[in-house]
Design a binder for this molecule. Structure first.
Ligand code: MN
Length: 452
């Protein structure tokens, strides 16, 4: 199969498999769209063809839940579920330079409008206490003002006016760029890309180093250079196959209130003064599709999980080479709980694996290590391993007062305890028979249909 290279191709593919449901009923962008999407979470992707906000109706279709299972992510990458992390790591280590094409061949230039109005886009309010309408699936492209190397990242963007967005910038690459620009009292030019395929969404979440163009990772995942096209009003290149591009700049010395916003841990991120984007232009396809990611759904969580898992797997393997796989579980909001399976050869390895995982990111709070016979993507199996292969006094340890995640409400403004749980079988007991799993001969071969 050749890789999907636009969100349209992706919709076609999942429609064929009856995963995409089209909804023609009129749906309110205030909460209703989010509520329907949430009900379908993990079951269906949705396309809303008729939406409204107050008395304004929209004909631009809204899509959500595009890739909300691990199976779908594997399908988008065209690899088996087992190979997803390995493949993502490979792409990170072997980027391909994207290619700039002429704008006459770029569908995203079919409409160019220098007089944009954000209220013409079907932008929803997702959660009850959200501060307003939010763009949640916009990939922001910017360049390092010092090196001109591109960076892409997704940020929550609150609509403040018809050409103005409030933006949350966590202290990563974009934060650094804006800091440089703002100190020179210069705007930081940006473009926001809406409506892209799963590969580009995943690549945008890669934990790449500074001055590493994530479009190069996407290109490797496509097996060919991603096609970019120059923006109209800013010195930024954007994906030619996208649905909608917003062009503008983050203004120096300007802060306005943004938030609250229902975030991935299923609590609200606070309202506070944030930087502001002023938009100058919109370009789009002649019949664009608008993508929204409903916060805290599987689409949101898994998009962040895959690149993080790939990163943790790499780091833990450096310490414990016989590490098999890593899962950031959905119960742990795909950020706080790392479950690691190892093919244990030496006593003590689980603790080293725990140290490596905890040090990989401030977000990791609890790490559970299990033997390779446990399916780490199955929460019931993981709990079973903790229930039957762990004694708290020797297998659990706690590190108090490390740096955690501020969005975890149980942390003290980000200061958080860390916990490691070794739920592996002691090597001395390995062959004693104590841990022999019960087995029914023939169970695996049986197909229920033959008996019903
Ligand atoms: Mn980056």
């Amino acid at each position: 199969m050749s890789k999907v290279k636009s969100v349209r191709q992706w919709l076609e593919l999942i429609k064929k498999e009856n995963y995409l449901i089209e909804i023609n009923k009129k749906v309110n962008l205030r909460y209703e769209l989010s509520a329907v999407g949430k009900k379908a979470d993990g079951k269906y992707a949705l396309q809303f063809n008729n939406t409204f906000f107050d008395d304004k109706e929209f004909k631009i279709p809204v899509i959500t839940n595009l890739l909300n299972t691990r199976q779908l992510i594997a399908k988008a990458l065209d690899v088996s579920i087992e190979d997803v992390l390995k493949y993502f790591s490979y792409a990170q280590l072997n980027p391909i330079e994207p290619r700039i094409i002429d704008k006459k061949n770029a569908p995203v230039k079919e409409i160019i409008n220098l007089n944009l109005n954000l209220y013409d886009l079907p932008i929803p309010i997702h959660h009850e206490k959200d501060g307003g309408r939010y763009i949640t699936a916009g990939i922001l492209v910017a360049k390092n003002p010092r090196t001109q190397v591109r960076n892409i990242s997704i940020h929550r963007l609150q609509v403040l006016d018809k050409n103005k967005l409030g933006i949350l910038i966590l202290p990563r690459h974009l934060f650094h760029f804006f800091d440089i620009a703002e100190k020179e009292n210069k705007p930081l030019e940006i473009a926001i890309v809406i409506g892209v395929d799963p590969i580009l969404l995943l690549a945008s979440q890669a934990l790449a180093p500074l001055d590493f163009d994530e479009f190069g990772i996407a290109s490797r995942l496509y097996d060919e250079p991603l096609e970019l096209v120059k923006a109209e009003t800013v010195d930024i290149e954007v994906p030619s196959q996208a649905e909608i591009i917003l062009e503008g700049a983050i203004l120096p010395g300007v802060r306005e209130f943004e938030g609250p916003f229902g975030e991935y841990p299923k609590y609200y991120g606070p309202r506070s003064l944030k930087p502001v984007i002023e938009l100058k232009a919109i370009t789009m396809r002649s019949n664009p599709i608008y993508h929204t990611i409903i916060p805290a759904t599987k689409e949101h969580l898994l998009l962040g999980a895959i690149p993080r898992e790939a990163n943790i797997l790499q780091l833990v393997k450096n310490s414990v080479p016989n590490t098999v796989s890593v899962c950031l579980s959905e119960g742990g909001v795909c950020r706080y709980h790392a479950i690691i399976s190892i093919d244990k050869k030496n006593e003590g390895e689980p603790k080293n694996a725990i140290f490596a995982a905890l040090s990989s990111s401030h977000e990791i709070k609890h790490v559970i290590v299990v033997d390779k016979d446990v399916d780490i993507f199955n929460a019931e199996e993981v709990e079973w391993a903790i229930a039957t292969r762990c004694q708290a006094s020797k297998d659990i340890f706690i590190v108090p007062n490390a740096l955690g995640n501020k969005l975890d409400p149980s942390s003290a403004n980000g200061i958080s305890d860390k916990m490691g749980i070794d739920a592996t079988i002691p090597l001395v007991d390995g062959n004693s028979g104590k841990y022999e799993k019960i087995k029914i001969p023939g169970e695996e071969e049986i197909s229920l249909e033959d008996y019903f």
